[in-house]
Structures are given as structure tokens and as C-alpha cells.
Design a protein around this ligand. Structure first.
Ligand code: AHG
Ligand code: MN
Ligand code: MN
Ligand code: MN
Length: 336
């Protein structure tokens, strides 16, 4: 069997779909950084990488050592190649400027360097989420600092998105807007190998993912939907549902890509001024792009996430994504 590595897949995409060479390079560099993060994650206590830094990020979360290390790995890997006009991340207050000694390129890279960081110390799957946008013409300048406005584009403008999951296997899931491909890291070869060719999210499901401990703080449509699922076969939905909550979005979304389900992180009344917990640019948009490319759906309860016009880099959003039928149902409840 001839193996299709990530590099070969990208080269073939260039031939068949005119994927630009600098985008191909960008994806390869991100994948290389993810291998490095995977390696650091797998060392755990032996590498002294567990525990927190004692600092907070702009969202007021305590940063884990691996949050900061992963962020640095991604910055260092991507700053010199000439393919980026700038970067932005969950772990940085402001947009990252490409150092003046390097040329700037056409793309913007946005990432959640380590997703699920509350799971690091308990040896449960974590990941890296990334999204690629084109830098708008008017913001492309070799000399001037990049304006944050350049990043504020709706998710429909993403040219690529993906995530790496550091679990029992390290995998890279990728979309260039032409379906979703899954690659598994072959540690002996040192390369990502195509193992999941045409990923589809089943349209129906009987599995949901939500942090149930927040139930009392949810809005009425979410309370209604979850109570209907909990009522099982005897309830209006007429079937028994199973529940999973890993508390790493990458791992929950990965399960949904693999066998279907619905993932929800709704607005809740604990912090009423925040629209939700998850970040639009680093989490919701890339995951929504991937889910839609696999035949699923993604909304904020009221509208398609990919259509939202962002107004700030660290903007948050409620998230309902996964199997089409279920996302349509809970979105419908919000619209009633
Ligand atoms: P991060 O570790 O990047 O800050 O993201 C954590 C997110 C997401 O991965 C997960 O779905 C959610 O937070 C879990 O939240 P709870 O701890 O509230 O369940
Ligand atoms: Mn965080
Ligand atoms: Mn995250
Ligand atoms: Mn994170």
C-alpha cells in the first residue's frame, strides 16, 4: 500500500485544486509545530511541562506551562517563512507582528495553541486548533505594523482550518474547503499519514456533549432541548440519548467527526456580559468550518457561526455544532 503523507496530499491539492504553494508551506509548518507540541505533551512530568505558569491570559484564565510553550512553538515555527502577515492567539493580548528581519506574506494565522488545557495534568487528550485567513490587501504592508482589523473577517473567509489532537494517537484533521481529511502521526516516519479520507458527520445522532453542571444557568431553549433528550424514549424525541463531556473541545469535536453527536457550549448566566465561553476566532470558526465541510452544522443558537462578523480578536460566542438534525432542532428552539 502506498502511503499518502500530508506533504503528498498537499502537493496533489496544488495540482488538482490550485492550492497556492505558500498555503501549502504554511500548513506544513503548522503541522511540524504540532509534532513538536505533541512531543512536549507526551513527555509530561518527565519533561517538567506540567502545571501552571502562575500568569493569566487576556481572558483571565490561568496559563499552563504547555499553553505558553505551545504558543511559542507556533510563533517560532511560523514567523520566519515569509508566508504570514501576522498571527493571533488565545494566549496573546494583541496580534503578533512578524519581526522586521523577515519578509511578510499573504496569510494570517490564528490559533488556540493548546485546547483543553485543564486536562493536561490529568493525562486526557488536548489539542491545537488553527485557522487561516487571507490578509486583506489594504493591510498588506512590508513596513507598517499589522492592524488588528485585518483579522476581523467572518469564518466564511477562512481558506483553511484544522486541529491536531494529542490523544492515544496524534492526529491532524484538515480542511482546505474541499472536505475534511484526517492524518495520523507515524512516529517512526515522523510524518502525518492520510488515514481518514472522506470524513462525514452522520446527520442524526443520539449523543450529546454539554457541561451539565451549568444547567441552572442556561437559557430556556437549551434547558428545554436537554430535558427532552434526558426524557429518552418516553419523551417527545422518542429515543434514548447518551452523554459525553471531555472538556477539551478538540476531543469532543473529534468524537463527533468520528461517530456523530452534538456539542454545545451555550451562553450562561454566570457571566451574563459574556456571550459564551468559547472564542469565535480560535475555536468556534475553525471547528465550524471543519464540521460544515464534513456535512454537519454549526450555529450560535440563532445564526450560522461562519456568518458572524467579528468585532474583536478575543470575542466569545455560544456554540452548537455537530449532526445537522440536532443542531437544527436546538437552533429552532432559540428562534421560536
Ligand atoms: P482552552 O483550554 O483552550 O482554554 O479551552 C477550553 C475550552 C474547551 O476546550 C472546552 O470545551 C471547554 O473549555 C471546557 O469548559 P468547562 O471546563 O467549562 O467544561
Ligand atoms: Mn485557555
Ligand atoms: Mn480552547
Ligand atoms: Mn487554549
Amino acid at each position: 500500500m502506498s502511503r499518502v503523507t500530508l506533504s503528498r496530499y498537499l502537493i496533489e491539492q496544488t495540482r488538482s485544486h490550485n492550492t497556492p504553494a505558500d498555503l501549502r508551506f504554511l500548513i506544513e509548518v503548522v503541522a511540524r509545530a504540532c509534532k513538536e507540541i505533541s512531543h512536549a505533551v507526551s513527555k509530561g512530568a518527565l519533561g517538567g511541562v506540567l502545571g501552571s505558569m502562575g500568569t493569566e491570559n487576556v481572558q483571565g484564565e490561568v496559563q499552563k506551562k504547555l499553553d505558553v510553550m505551545s504558543n511559542e512553538i507556533l510563533l517560532e515555527a511560523n514567523e520566519w517563512g515569509g508566508h504570514l502577515a501576522g498571527m493571533a492567539s488565545e494566549e496573546m493580548d494583541n496580534a503578533y507582528q512578524i519581526p522586521g528581519k523577515y519578509p511578510k506574506g499573504a496569510y494570517l494565522l490564528v490559533f488556540d495553541p493548546l485546547d483543553g488545557s485543564s486536562n493536561i495534568d490529568v493525562n486526557v487528550s488536548v489539542g491545537t486548533i488553527f485557522s487561516v485567513l487571507r490578509c486583506p490587501e489594504q493591510h498588506l504592508s512590508q513596513n507598517d505594523a499589522l492592524n488588528e482589523q485585518a483579522f476581523l473577517q467572518p469564518g466564511t473567509k477562512q481558506v483553511a482550518a484544522g486541529y491536531a489532537i494529542y490523544g492515544p494517537q496524534t492526529m491532524l484533521m484538515l480542511t482546505l474547503g474541499d472536505g475534511v481529511k484526517g492524518f495520523t502521526l507515524d512516529r517512526e516516519l515522523g510524518s502525518f499519514v492520510l488515514t481518514h479520507d472522506n470524513i462525514r458527520v452522520p446527520e442524526t445522532t443520539a449523543e450529546f456533549a454539554i457541561n451539565m453542571s451549568n444547567q441552572r444557568h442556561w437559557e430556556a431553549p437549551v434547558k428545554r432541548y436537554v430535558s427532552e433528550m434526558l426524557a429518552g424514549k418516553e419523551g417527545v424525541l422518542g429515543k434514548n440519548y447518551n452523554m459525553r463531556w471531555i472538556a477539551s473541545m478538540v476531543a469532543d469535536v473529534h468524537r463527533i467527526l468520528t461517530r456523530g453527536g452534538i456539542f454545545m457550549y451555550p451562553w450562561d448566566a454566570r457571566e451574563p456580559e459574556k456571550p459564551g465561553k468559547l472564542r469565535l476566532m480560535y475555536e468556534a470558526n475553525p471547528m465550524s468550518f471543519i464540521i460544515e465541510q464534513a456535512g454537519g452544522a454549526s450555529t450560535d443558537g440563532r445564526q450560522r457561526i461562519l456568518d458572524i462578523q467579528p468585532n474583536s480578536l478575543h470575542q466569545r460566542v455560544p456554540v452548537f455544532l455537530g449532526s445537522k438534525e440536532e443542531v437544527a432542532r436546538v437552533t429552532g428552539y432559540h428562534q421560536e
